[in-house]
Design a protein around this ligand. Structure first.
Ligand SMILES: Nc1ncnc2c1ncn2[C@@H]1O[C@H](COP(=O)(O)OP(=O)(O)OP(=O)(O)O)[C@@H](O)[C@H]1O
Length: 795
């Protein structure tokens, strides 16, 4: 059955292919026919030429065409004599030379496979020209009838019978004017542009590949040619690269002129069309790149200098970690004896010295179950009697047990050392961040673009602000102002103010706001909603560019494959940093949660990344939806095991020693790191250095967001209600559960729309007010009461 269907299908396609062939000559046939016309035009040309020298001798030969012995003097013998006699003598005289010219042009179009739409007008104007020339020659050179030909002569005679000599003269002048105005664009400025346009036309005809000839050519044929020329002349060079609109054929039109090879199946044709379009756009882009180079987003601040290393302090850590042999020995002995107390024998012990802690890796004796050690975790920590001991049993992927013991003298990991490290300098990442050093003293570099958002928590004074500065500093050392923009939210008002100096380089803000750094919690909502609009806009751009993420988009844009006239632009990464998220949630409430959750869920592909720091990682601050979308988390020291679990989904953050000692997780493994230390004066130096350089005229502007005023959301205006209002009310009342997500699910609505409906339901008194994480109370007990309520309202 299936076979049958495919068979009939292929038959069908074959017939359509055949049909197409019958309408459209194949490429080979076009070449053959084109060559024939060219040869014919040459033959005619030579015949006509020699006609003027031989016509008298050849006149007697005309009747002997069939006689093989008879020979004419024309260069093309009897054929030439006869054809010339027909065209020149009996026809249009000298004007007949226009015929071989028209034939030659037609032949060339066919031979090169050019689009023939312009040919028709050429022929029409050619014929008008032939008649005009022959009549004009018949009029002005009546004594030389060979110049005007018989038709020229007769037409002249005919016209003179009716209009007289002056009438014919006026007719000739009028037709000449028509020809000049229509064909040569005879306007004062058009006439001047004519020659330029002709040059352009010829270029476009012969330079373009056959299939690129599209209907855009016909626009050149009309009178707008001059406008295009002026555009090209006046637009500055850089933008000019994109004004060659006609050079980039619209996708659907480009396919129209693809030659369909004879008897080929239609699906093969389709492939041919697709690749041609791709290749074409690529070819155009390649040409633009060849002419103007790749688009360089950094060009506007071409002289921008990245901050130098000497702006950072070494913090006395130049000597590296000092190994205290005594301390090592002492700790080892304590570990061994403690474990012995619990009857855990050790086969092997190995120490790895880090900047703040030393990891003792233990291989237990055969037969000892790791679960036993795990159960004794707290007791062992107690016996070792040291702050900041963390036991990892087993170390993932190793089968050994790790005990991390703090060093007596912790080494500060300077930002300078991590920035200077090879690993960071050579990092081929989109948004590289050097957090600090691992326990084995390796620089730890991760890509924020891959995280894709970061959640940071830690009790006060444990190193959060330093951590945030380390993140921002890393990006400042690696990224050009054109590539990344920060949105900084700082409710504490003091932590991030230093970055004000780089507002016009690296910060983004709302168009109407004065300060780029947001310190007022109520203003955050507008910024977040504006970011959501930016996100939606970016998704549209990505969609129209047919790419999946911002990296591919920017690569395509740089390669000049996306036209800025269509709204495309280089998209910098946007990093939203929120310090003291708990404070924000407390003051601005749930309103900020919705856009944050939306951004966290969707913004990764379009280059918007969030970094959220909070002192209190309690569940009502870091809700499930936020947590789920922040796989990358950092915990500085927290005060309780519960906080540790909230932030990391694991214990351990409560056992850190503070001062930048941190745990990092991006999924499963938890890595202990010593955060790089960057002090406020260092940040000041960096921002001064950047701030003193030439900047953009203003901060990067986010899309405007007009906030919904509080009155409108609770406006009980029946006319303004959503079309799904009643259905939503029924869903809520039936389920007796007042949640937007229920409406979203049941009625398949978007989050925003469902939220709006819930507001309207509240205004109508169907659900109660917002109650934090709990669902709203449903105030209408059953469907009957709902009907009554809505009916009363309508009255
Ligand atoms: N990575 C680090 N290396 C060395 N010392 C550090 C490090 N991070 C922080 N510290 C020390 O801890 C102090 C407090 O750090 P920080 O200001 O970052 O804490 P915080 O968590 O932001 O506190 P708060 O929440 O009150 O603002 C710093 O002044 C510094 O002395």
């Amino acid at each position: 059955m299936a076979k049958k269907r495919t068979k009939s299908k292929s038959k069908k396609t074959a017939t359509t292919a055949k049909k197409k062939v019958s309408f459209k000559p194949s490429k080979q046939n076009k070449i053959i026919f084109g060559s024939l016309l060219i040869v014919l035009s040459i033959a005619l040309f030579f015949s006509f030429m020699s006609f003027y020298f031989t016509w008298q001798e050849d006149q007697s030969m005309l009747s002997q065409f069939a006689d093989r012995n008879a020979e004419a003097s024309n260069l093309l013998n009897k054929f030439g004599a006869n054809v010339s006699h027909f065209f020149m003598y009996k026809g249009f005289g000298l004007a007949s030379f226009i015929f071989p010219i028209l034939l030659a042009i037609t032949g060339l179009y066919l031979f090169l496979g050019l689009n023939g739409t312009r040919l028709i007008s050429k022929w029409i104007w050619g014929l008008v020209g032939v008649i005009w020339v022959s009549v004009a020659l018949g009029f002005f050179a009546a004594e030389f009838p060979l110049l005007g030909g018989l038709i020229g002569y007769e037409m002249n005679d005919f016209l003179q019978d009716y209009t007289g000599k002056i009438g014919v003269f006026l007719i000739l002048i009028f037709v000449l004017m028509v020809i000049l105005v229509r064909l040569f664009n005879f306007t004062p400025e058009g006439f001047a542009n004519f020659f330029k346009r002709q040059k352009q036309k010829i270029k476009s005809d012969f330079n373009e590949e056959p299939s690129t000839q599209t209907t855009t050519e016909s626009t050149l044929d009309n009178d707008e040619g001059s406008i295009e020329l002026t555009t090209e002349d006046t637009v500055p060079e850089k933008i000019d690269t994109y004004t060659h609109k006609k050079d980039i054929p619209p996708l659907d039109e480009a396919g129209l002129d693809v030659n369909i090879p004879e008897e080929e199946e239609s699906d093969i044709d389709l492939k041919v069309e697709e690749t041609t379009i791709e290749e074409e756009t690529d070819a155009k882009a390649a040409k633009l790149v060849e002419d103007f180079g790749e688009f360089d987003p950094k060009l506007e601040l071409g002289n921008y200098k990245f901050p130098t290393l000497d702006l950072l302090e070494a913090h006395g850590a130049s000597g590296g970690i000092t190994i205290n042999q005594e301390e090592l020995e002492e700790n080892k002995n304590r570990i061994v004896s403690t474990l012995k107390n619990y009857k855990i024998g050790i086969a092997q012990i190995k120490a790895t010295i880090g900047p703040t802690v030393t990891l003792y890796e233990i291989v237990p004796e055969a037969g000892i179950r790791i679960s036993k050690i795990k159960n004794l975790e707290d007791d062992i920590a107690l016996s070792l009697a040291a702050l900041g001991i963390r036991i990892i049993a087993p170390i993932p992927g190793k089968g050994t047990v790790g005990i991390e013991v703090p060093n007596k003298n912790a080494t500060i990991v300077s930002m300078r050392s991590v920035i200077a490290s090879n690993k960071f300098q050579k990092a081929e990442m989109e948004l590289p961040i050097a957090f600090g050093k691992t326990i084995s003293n390796e620089t730890f570099v991760v890509d924020l673009a891959k995280m894709p958002h970061l959640l940071m928590a830690g009790a006060t004074g444990q190193g959060k602000s330093v951590g945030l500065n380390a993140v921002i500093t890393s990006l400042l050392y690696k990224k050009h102002p054109a590539e990344v923009k920060f949105i900084l939210v700082d409710p504490k008002k003091v932590e991030l103010t230093l970055y004000n100096k780089i507002e016009r380089h690296f910060l983004a803000k709302l168009p109407d706001s004065e300060e780029a750094i947001i310190t007022d919690n109520t203003k955050v909502i507008n910024t977040l909603n504006s970011l959501c609009i930016e996100m939606d806009n970016r998704y549209e751009l990505l969609k129209s560019a047919m790419v999946r993420n911002v990296k591919e988009y920017n690569t395509k844009f740089k390669a000049r494959k996306l036209n800025p006239n269509d709204g495309h632009k280089f998209l910098p990464y946007i990093v939203l940093v929120i310090d003291e998220f708990a404070d924000l949630i407390m003051t601005a409430g749930k309103e900020v949660e919705t856009p944050i959750a939306r951004l966290a869920q969707l913004a990764r592909a379009i280059g918007i990344h969030l970094i959220i720091a909070t002192q209190r990682p309690s569940v009502n601050v870091i809700t499930g939806i936020i947590k789920a979308n922040f796989p990358a988390r950092i915990a500085f020291r927290v005060t309780s095991k519960i906080d540790s679990r909230t932030i990391l989904d694991a214990q351990g953050a409560d056992q850190l020693i503070g001062r930048g000692d941190m745990l990092y997780t991006q999924g499963n493994d938890v890595t202990r790191l010593q955060c790089a230390f960057v002090d406020t004066p260092e940040v000041a130096k960096i921002t001064d250095y950047i701030g003193s350089q030439r900047a953009y005229p203003e901060a990067h502007l986010l899309p405007e967001y007009v906030g919904e005023e509080s009155g409108t959301s609770l406006d009980n205006d029946i006319a303004d209600r959503d079309a799904m209002f009643r259905e939503a009310a029924e869903v809520i009342v039936t389920a007796q559960q007042g949640s937007a997500s229920l409406i979203q699910r049941k009625l398949k609505l978007g989050y925003n729309r469902a939220g709006r409906i819930i507001d309207q339901l509240e205004a109508a008194g169907i659900v109660g007010p917002f109650e934090g994480s709990k669902a709203r109370q449903v105030l209408v007990p059953d469907m009957y009461s709902l009907d009554q309520l809505l009916e009363n309202e309508a009255k």
